[in-house]
Design a binder for this molecule. Structure first.
Ligand SMILES: Cc1cc2nc3c(=O)[nH]c(=O)nc-3n(C[C@H](O)[C@H](O)[C@H](O)COP(=O)(O)OP(=O)(O)OC[C@H]3O[C@@H](n4cnc5c(N)ncnc54)[C@H](O)[C@@H]3O)c2cc1C
Length: 269
């Protein structure tokens, strides 16, 4: 594994693993290690010295990139660029296509998006929504070794884990709806993802209503009636004002997006 010193941050040791095993070993229990996926968030933070880690673990050459589909079970490596996801079926493909611009999607990674979460002025991590909707599981390393768990529980401890891959069963139908604003570099203020499993179960999730993506269980329970489900979704969230939108506006728009997603799911055989 190559190591180097980061320009301008002499105390930071740069680790460049060339395999998953090397990456896992270099991460250890994660103490003092900053993981760098595409770096679209952390490189500016390093440049401006907002982050001064003892070690920076660069995943670019660690063999964690790629998408596999085995009989409908899809596994995506954590270092896969977002651009590789845009043609996947809804809700994941349309969500990926809605993130940043071509340049950002070309370097930003799935692991970085899942682990991004809170920004300085607004939530990030749009892909958390669609991956929650399809019931994805995350394989990660850290204290206790390599473990696989539902995305819900991974999100709560993502700061202490190295995400290796994310997997899900392709849903029978999926839908994605976002609050859209006409600006190239715009972050998503609010989005809803939905998926219908092979057994007919509907799962719904939202981003932009907290610091990371959340399931909408009350809306799911009322999924047969999109109007009622839209209203019920408000019981599942506690939106806040931030740089992108007010809590008031988000509460107005969330029921509309839930209705849109459920209506679209109804229309897909
Ligand atoms: C102009 C612009 C527009 C943007 N638009 C959007 C948008 O619309 N939606 C959106 O969600 N985001 C947006 N972003 C934020 C960011 O680009 C994305 O969230 C991106 O997916 C982050 O991925 P990355 O690989 O670059 O993350 P990095 O910067 O490499 O890392 C982000 C965080 O995740 C951690 N991390 C990275 N990989 C792993 C891993 N494998 N395991 C554990 N932790 C890991 C890092 O330590 C860090 O805490 C935008 C950014 C810019 C600059």
């Amino acid at each position: 594994m190559a190591t180097a010193s980061l320009a301008g941050t002499a105390a930071t040791e740069v680790l460049r693993p060339t395999s998953e095993a090397e990456a896992v070993e270099a991460f250890g229990d994660g103490d003092g290690v900053l993981v760098v996926g595409g770096g679209t968030i952390v490189v500016p933070d390093l440049t401006y010295r907002r982050l001064r880690p003892a070690k920076a673990l660069l995943l670019k050459d660690a063999g964690l990139s790629g998408i596999e589909n085995e009989g409908g079970r899809v596994t995506i490596g954590a270092a896969t660029p977002l651009a590789a996801l845009v043609d996947l079926p809804a809700p994941i493909g349309p969500c990926a296509a809605n993130i940043g611009d071509r340049e950002i999607r070309g370097v930003a990674t799935v692991g970085g998006n899942l682990c991004a979460g809170e920004g300085y002025e607004a939530p990030r991590g749009d892909l958390q929504g669609p991956f929650l909707a399809v019931g994805a599981t995350v394989r990660s390393a850290g204290a206790g070794g390599i473990e696989e768990e539902p995305l819900e529980s991974f999100l709560e401890r993502r700061r202490s884990r190295l995400a290796l891959s994310i997997s899900f069963q392709t849903p029978a139908a999926g839908a994605f709806a976002a609050l859209d604003r006409p600006h190239t570099h715009d972050y998503t203020a609010l989005a809803v993802s939905g998926a219908r499993g092979a057994d007919g179960t509907i799962r719904l999730a939202a981003t932009g209503v907290g610091w990371w993506g959340v399931r909408l269980p009350s809306a799911e329970a009322a999924a047969d009636d999109p109007e009622a489900a839209g209203r019920a979704a408000l019981e599942d969230v506690d939106p806040q004002d931030d740089a992108l939108a007010s809590a008031w506006y988000r509460r107005k728009v969330l029921p509309v997006l839930v209705r849109t997603v459920l209506t679209e799911l109804e229309g897909v055989a």
